[in-house]
Design a binder for this molecule. Structure first.
Ligand code: ADP
Ligand code: ZN
Ligand code: ZN
Length: 736
């Protein structure tokens, strides 16, 4: 660094969009881009990341504050990752400091050393510890012995070493840790490879073609859309190309929607990949997260297998990214920094000039459109692997069929068949609880959520009414609070009611209910899935938790109870999401040799969407849905940003959005960008707050981003901006 560069630009965790300039202290380590520094910020001291070095600042020198401490010798973020994060901050118009801190494990955000810590069976000496050893006055006694021994053991030692020094080493070590001179190493957080018993299967022709296409491609960025029906062997394709990338010395990033639901996937990677795996998901402790992050960064983890936030894992030898179930909504963060991990992954591949594979049985319409436009390469696996057949789909016309507790007679008969053959059935219903509405049959009163524009769901097992939007709960009233009548009844069906009805109809059957309520306890889901796989369950009733990635060899019937919901959804994506969910859940039937069957209850058996479902024709559905999107000018035929606002005061959110709208008008027209009028959100009141939104639509992305860049400062400056809570969502997924 030239001596003239005495200013550092620092991204601090703050809702302000810019970085802040600080003076470097006269002595101490000179920071480089990507290291953490501790800086004064307002009245606090915060940890920020250096994003730039400069000779001077726009601020007068007298107003500049000084860096208090440089926390790292080397950059925490490899340059490519820092570049990606800066891009993401720009693209999502989200404050750079918050973006950078999202990408860091909490422990590092707090300024702790970037070495593993806690839950230890081994300890390392820190930089501060080494400095302490080198300074006067020297340490004395057991602490001194421990510290210098550690320094001599390449910085790492375990209990056996310390026991030889003193039998009172533990308290001394604790005091060294508390002073930041020593840090604990956690038990190894990596999943080590363990070759499985079975040889890998011989690839089918379509699998082979997909692998060959990816293997033969020239090096560099390439986005593949692997569209394979459920059970077509997509995972097998991933395993092949992941192995190739590992064999070539690379690291691989594999993103999945939810780890808890796919323990089998982790196991398959462990058996097939020649390299340690860091598994990153939301249930990790902060120490485990730090350890996984560091192992990804130092290259010990060859594979990072993780959920959304793993897309920001530092990896210096990244050669391939796989995004499994790329259509899944959980890739989009729904609050704070609202990024899409799938889209960031594609960007990361572009930056890194490496291939990315998006896999799904039901690709998002955006990705399918990109493939059809030639931006992605479409690879198709139209048939199930190993000769298994897709299950025939039968539509049950509810206009002609009576139902008891949500079940039409042909479905009950089909379950009965399975029971006789000792096979399993799965009944899918999109709602947990007993009934979605509690109504008084005397006066028509419906139990409302006190804090939302929503109805309370009846949970009979707990005897409570619960709002699924805000979590409010109340005990179920014994009489109508309006007319004091005794005729309160649950309307409609949830998983609990269906479970109870099945227990009545099939008293001898073992029924497993799988939804958020029945799996709240840690380990409950694994136990339930284990029982199902072991054949100890005859009937499964559950929500979309059942749709993802499970392989139940003895499952031959899937029933879908309330398929029509998506047809009436307020969101333009409702139909797509419903179709994907039903296709995924239908894909659970007949995966291992035994033929399966799918029954779908609907009031609209002639709807093109259900006709396509009946043929397993996702592309046919996509043709239809894409045409609708084009006619209505929705994504992927335009690009959206949604400005949301909420306030406990009725009208404030709308008033703020009106200011934002007016500010947009003062910018003059931006070609290709349309700013709509502010409207109340589809669910106007949630958690006691009134919500509103304003949609911006653009025919081209660059125009959208140019506009947002101009508009955001005006929004921030609006007089009501500090009176409401607001956020900008680029490429919004959920418009409710
Ligand atoms: P997907 O990820 O598309 O749902 P999987 O990769 O999980 O599919 O494969 C479904 C099942 O088929 C798994 O049990 C897998 O072991 C098996 N399988 C995959 N490829 C082959 C193949 N080429 N030959 C035989 N069985 C295969
Ligand atoms: Zn009443
Ligand atoms: Zn509520």
């Amino acid at each position: 660094m030239s001596p003239a560069k005495r200013i550092v630009q620092v991204a601090v965790p703050s809702p302000l969009a810019q970085t802040f300039d600080y003076l470097l202290p006269r002595q101490g380590i000179s920071p480089v881009i990507g290291v953490r520094v501790r800086v004064p910020f307002g009245k606090r001291s915060v940890v920020g990341i250096v994003t730039g070095l400069a000779a001077d600042s726009a601020l007068p020198a007298a107003r500049l504050r000084t860096v208090q401490q440089v926390l790292d010798a080397d950059p925490l973020f490899p340059p490519d990752l820092l570049e990606l994060l800066l891009w993401a901050s720009d693209y999502y118009h989200h404050p750079v400091g918050e973006v950078l801190s999202t990408a860091l494990p909490l422990v590092l955000r707090r300024g702790r050393p970037a070495i593993p810590s806690g839950g230890a069976e081994g300890w390392v000496i820190t930089g501060a510890g080494r400095s302490r050893l080198a300074t006067h006055p020297p340490l004395r006694g057991i602490p001194a012995a421990l510290l210098s021994t550690l320094a001599g053991h390449e910085g790492i030692a375990g209990p056996s070493v310390f026991e030889a020094l003193s039998d009172r080493w533990r308290p001394a070590l604790r005091s060294l840790v508390s002073r930041g001179w020593v840090s604990g190493l956690p038990r190894d957080c990596l999943v080590q490879p363990e070759p499985g018993p079975a040889a890998p299967p011989v690839l089918g022709a379509a699998q082979e073609a997909a692998v060959v296409a990816m293997t033969r491609a020239a090096p560099g960025f390439h986005c593949y859309l692997l569209h394979g029906v459920t059970g077509s062997g997509k995972t097998e394709v991933y395993l092949r190309i992941v192995s190739q990338a590992l064999a070539a010395g690379g690291q691989v990033l594999v993103l999945v929607p939810e780890i808890g639901l796919t323990p089998q996937l982790v196991e398959r990677f462990r058996q097939r990949c020649a390299g340690a795996i860091a598994v990153i998901h939301s249930a990790l402790s902060e120490t485990e997260r730090l350890c996984a992050w560091l192992r990804a960064r130092d290259g010990t983890a060859r594979v990072v297998l993780g959920t959304r936030s793993a897309v920001f894992a530092p990896m210096k030898a990244l050669r391939l990214i796989v995004v499994d179930e790329e259509h899944d909504a959980s890739y989009k963060q729904q609050d704070g920094f609202r990024y899409s991990a799938r889209d960031v992954a594609i960007r990361r591949s572009q930056h890194g000039k490496i291939p990315v594979v998006l896999g799904s049985a039901t690709p998002s319409l955006e990705s399918l459109h990109n493939a059809r436009q030639g931006r992605y390469t479409l690879l198709q696996l139209p048939e199930r692997a190993g000769g298994a057949q897709l299950p025939p789909v039968r539509l049950l016309d509810l206009r002609r069929l009576a139902r008891a507790d949500g079940l039409a007679p042909p479905l009950v008969a089909a379950v009965n068949e399975r029971l006789k053959r000792r096979e399993q059935s799965l009944l899918f219903i999109n709602r947990r609880g007993f009934a979605p509405v509690l109504m008084c049959h005397d006066c028509g009163w419906i139990a409302p959520c006190p804090r939302c524009d929503a109805r309370m769901t009846l949970h009979k097992a707990d005897g409570v009414l619960r709002c699924h939007h805000c979590g409010s709960a109340a005990s179920t009233p014994s009489a109508c609070p309006v007319c004091q009548g005794q005729s309160l009844r649950g309307l409609g069906e949830g998983t609990e009611r269906v479970e109870a009805a099945l227990a009545r109809v099939f008293p001898g059957a073992c029924i497993e209910r799988i939804d958020r309520d029945s799996t709240r306890r840690k380990g409950a889901l694994e136990e339930k899935l284990g029982r199902v796989r072991a054949g100890d369950a005859d009937i499964l009733v559950g929500t979309q938790m059942l749709a993802k990635g499970h392989d139940f060899p003895n499952l031959t019937l899937v029933g879908v109870l309330n398929a029509d919901q998506g047809l009436y959804g307020q969101d333009f994506r409702s139909a797509e999401q419903m179709f994907q969910r039903i296709m995924q859940v239908a894909g659970r039937a007949g995966r291992a040799g035994k033929p399966g069957e799918v029954l779908i209850q609907t009031f609209h058996p002639e709807h093109p969407l259900f006709l396509a479902l009946g043929r397993h024709d996702y592309s046919g559905f996509a043709d239809f849905a894409l045409q609708e999107r084009q006619e209505a000018q929705f994504p992927p035929y335009c690009h959206l940003a949604l400005l949301r606002a909420e306030s406990p005061r009725r009208g404030s959110a709308l008033a703020f959005l009106a200011q934002a709208r007016a500010a947009a008008d003062t910018l003059g027209p931006v070609a290709g960008v349309t700013v709509m009028d502010p409207v109340p959100s589809p669910m106007e009141r949630r958690l006691g707050r009134y919500r509103a939104q304003l949609l911006v639509q653009a025919s081209r992305r660059p125009a959208l981003h140019r506009f947002l860049g101009l508009w955001l400062p005006c929004i921030t400056a609006a007089s009501l901006a500090r009176r409401v809570r607001w956020a900008l969502d680029v490429d919004p997924l959920d418009m409710s």
